[in-house]
Design a protein around this ligand. Structure first.
Ligand SMILES: Cc1ncc(COP(=O)(O)O)c(C=O)c1O
Length: 442
């Protein structure tokens, strides 16, 4: 009689993990009311949402935009970095972080991750600094803070800006300060599966009135909302709206009010949900501490609260008799535990960068120059190993569960380990959950 669910045994868990995202009935009623009021209703939930969002993350100003990618592009534009300047970024991120850099006319340079935390390693950032470096983009991967103290020191030493990609880290903190409020600007996605879902859209937060003013200008043409933001910073006093005639080369990256209406109540629940995700993550990490073969990524003391948008595990096949990571994931899925393998390649190995005659030659932002960064030769061995062999992630709904759920994860992994021989000749005949979950715009 087989023990493992994948080979016909009973699964450890039969109840689904909590659904995510959740829009309770009152949220849906508020949305319906807004739709009935029409776009020309006087009150502007976008201003309300962006202010509440910024305050919840410890920043003075917020700008609601139509995606997290737009927020990143606007932040980089608002910094007015020299065209073709370099931005150092982790290769372990969603492609949006990288494409935003190129779309802003800048050159992404990849710096390897710390092998234990999976966040960008400060020493690798330092090694990647050149006279052309203008900024660092810190992606708080999975929702756990990057090591900001040495990163801030590097930025100060070399006069670099910091843009935080906080799309995995709503409500998370570094030394009790909200992520996104540490660097010059913080950029969040509020896409459908994010820890704060507004059904779409994103938010840029900053403490700098100039970045606020410029990002608003670059993002919203001369929308009346921009005037309201100028009033909030006092910018309208230095140059009144009557003096202005389209001063920005702007895109239209406006957040539609329906997303703000959906996001506002989510914001009220974020604190409690993040506390739960963090507490369950710490509990699960402690449970897995003695287990050989599955190591949770390290959460350092400065990461005072993790959002655990992805709870990251490092899988070591040798502790499972050489069982492939893909079969391990399938076996864990069969036991009722959602998990996936996410990327199989880090971003410096994206086709965009490795095809010498491809798209990159068209979009390369340095004037009159063919791509003069050799991405094919770029080495980030920790990121490469994470993608090719180790990384297994649990989606955000898992750490929203109870402690019992975390206990079941340990039970399921131990069960697979002790019955690994059942899987010795197992050949997957259908894709595992990994194909349903991509790290993209969830
Ligand atoms: C790390 C990261 N950055 C940026 C983004 C871009 O957000 P959006 O999909 O809202 O453009 C995402 C979205 O998945 C992400 O995961």
């Amino acid at each position: 009689m087989p023990a493992l669910a994948l080979t016909g045994g009973a699964p450890v868990r039969t109840q689904p993990f909590p659904a995510w995202p959740v829009f309770p009935e009152p949220d849906i009623a508020a949305l319906a009311a807004r739709l009935r009021a029409g776009d020309h209703s006087d009150d502007d939930p976008v201003i309300q949402f962006e202010q509440a969002f910024a305050a919840a993350h410890g920043a003075r100003y917020g700008i609601g935009v139509n995606s997290g990618t737009s927020a990143l592009e606007l932040a980089l534009q608002a910094l007015r970095l020299e065209r073709g300047a370099e931005v150092i970024v982790s290769p372990i991120t969603f492609f949006a972080s990288v494409s935003a850099i190129l779309n802003a006319g800048l050159v992404p340079i990849f710096a390897d991750i710390d092998p234990d935390t999976y966040n960008i390693a400060p020493a690798a950032i330092q090694a990647a600094v050149t006279p052309r470096t203008a900024a660092i983009m810190t992606v708080h991967f999975g929702g756990v803070s990057c090591d900001m103290q040495p990163i801030l020191a590097i930025a100060k030493r070399h006069n670099l800006a910091i843009v935080e990609d906080v799309s995995h880290a709503h409500g998370a903190t570094w030394n009790h300060r909200g992520l996104g409020s540490i660097g010059d600007a913080g950029c969040f996605s509020c896409g459908s599966g994010k820890n704060l879902s507004a059904g779409g859209g994103g938010v840029l937060i900053t403490n700098d009135p100039l970045i606020h003013e410029r990002a608003s200008g670059y993002g919203e043409l001369n929308h009346p909302r921009r005037q309201r933001r100028r009033e909030l910073t006092g910018a309208h006093e230095t140059r009144p709206a009557t003096d202005e005639f389209f001063p920005f080369s702007s895109g239209n990256r406006r957040l539609h009010p329906v997303h703000a209406v959906l996001g506002l109540p989510q914001l009220q629940r974020l604190d409690e949900q993040t506390a739960r995700r963090d507490a369950n993550g710490r509990y699960l990490a402690a449970l897995l501490d003695d287990l050989e073969g599955v190591t949770p990524r390290r959460q350092d003391p400065f990461a005072t609260r993790a959002a655990n948008h992805l709870f990251v595990l490092r899988y070591h096949a040798q502790a499972f008799g050489g069982l492939s990571r893909e079969v391990f994931v399938k076996a864990l899925n069969a036991e009722g535990i959602p998990c996936q393998t996410e990327y199989h390649r880090p971003m410096h190995q994206a086709d965009l960068f490795t095809d010498p005659d491809g798209e990159l030659t068209r979009v390369w932002p340095r004037a009159n120059a063919a791509p003069d960064v050799n991405y094919a030769a770029m080495k980030c061995p920790n990121a490469e190993r994470a993608c090719a062999q180790e990384m297994v992630t649990l989606p955000t709904r898992v750490t929203l569960d109870t402690r019992d759920g975390m206990d079941q994860i340990l039970t399921a992994i131990e069960k697979i380990q002790s019955h690994q021989s059942e899987l010795a000749s197992y050949v997957p005949d259908s894709p595992s959950e990994q194909s349903q979950w991509s790290i993209s715009g969830r």
